[in-house]
Design a protein around this ligand. Sequence first.
Ligand SMILES: [Ca+2]
Ligand SMILES: [Ca+2]
Ligand SMILES: [Ca+2]
Length: 158
Amino acid sequence: MGIGYVVIALSFVGICHGLDMSRLQPYNFTAEIMFIVEDLDQDGIMTVAEIDTVFAQYDTNGDGKESRHEYTAFICAADPALYQISHYLYDAYDVNGDHKLDLVDYEGFHNNMDSNNDGLLNMEEFVAYWVALLTSIESVGNHQHGQSHEHGAPACHT
Ligand SMILES: [Ca+2]
Ligand SMILES: [Ca+2]
Ligand SMILES: [Ca+2]
């Protein structure tokens, strides 16, 4: 989710170019770090409110929503090598596809990750979702030679 935290946590790892997913591998390890960091009250359950709080850090203009530019610029500043990946992640977060992230999206994304639909998102569900998501980004990215035709930005720019 707020992969910004993970970006910072992993920023000492390796040298990257293009859509290099190795920065985030192994995916289950990355996802576990994200869950631990973003489970703000450390109760083993990630709530929509916790997701909302994590994303609020990207809302640089303070309008209560996170735009694509706000999110990708944050990632870009933290680790330029993950700029392209951040666009794919934004697409996953923006559940209703209106190019803004807000509570509706966090509820939707939370719902997507809550695989047994009991309203409680635990680490096991979270990690399984993220491993699948990152794996799919990897395959799409490789297929498109590291460039999304939709976004088309090969390099980090703010
Ligand atoms: Ca929690
Ligand atoms: Ca905003
Ligand atoms: Ca949205």
